[in-house]
Design a protein around this ligand. Sequence first.
Ligand SMILES: CC(C)(COP(=O)(O)OP(=O)(O)OC[C@H]1O[C@@H](n2cnc3c(N)ncnc32)[C@H](O)[C@@H]1OP(=O)(O)O)[C@@H](O)C(=O)NCCC(=O)NCCS
Length: 184
Amino acid sequence: MNTFNRVISLGEHTFLFRPFQPHDADNLLGYLNNLSQESRERFGPHPYNTDSLLDLSHSDDYQLLLAIDINTTYIAAYTVVKLGWLDFEKKRYQSYKKTEKPGDCTLAPSVADYWQSKGLGSRFLSYTLDFLKAKHHIKRIFLWGGVQIDNVKAIGFYKKNNFKDIGQFEHNGRNIDMILTISS
Ligand SMILES: CC(C)(COP(=O)(O)OP(=O)(O)OC[C@H]1O[C@@H](n2cnc3c(N)ncnc32)[C@H](O)[C@@H]1OP(=O)(O)O)[C@@H](O)C(=O)NCCC(=O)NCCS
């Protein structure tokens, strides 16, 4: 039985924030496949297929969180979190003199195109932080693959939510690494 659910209102709409369950796989795949080309280029932490979703959801190292529109049952936002650092990021973070610590995690957030820039991402992030603090004692959040330097929307979103730049790197263009340190 899942106890970490939250219901919020945004305008006329009501959303349920909760962890992914295996029966959500088709709904989440529909959400991912409906993302615009631009959003897909910004958000690609894993392949868009059922096996990937189920593999991640069955692993203790990952948390998958959903925002579901209660009236339509459509998914409006999805965030995947890796507890700890991803292997391919380690060298880069170490080059910034960062050391992996208990309480670190890596975050990849997304919001459906229709719902972007309407405040849903920030409300869902606040839930995600509460969830990660309560369930995993998370203290620092790194960005999964950083953020592309031309992703103005996401950079504004992270800055508004107190993420700080820690460095830059080249991968299909320039990217910024950012970190959020959570006060208790
Ligand atoms: C990045 C993302 C998760 C943000 O969620 P969101 O719901 O759109 O963001 P919010 O509406 O909560 O906006 C919060 C802040 O972000 C910034 N922001 C949002 N939309 C913006 C836009 N179109 N232009 C500039 N800044 C913007 C603003 O600072 C905003 O604060 P404000 O409303 O007080 O001005 C979402 O836009 C998204 O999924 N984008 C595509 C995928 C992606 O880029 N993921 C991140 C990969 S690193």
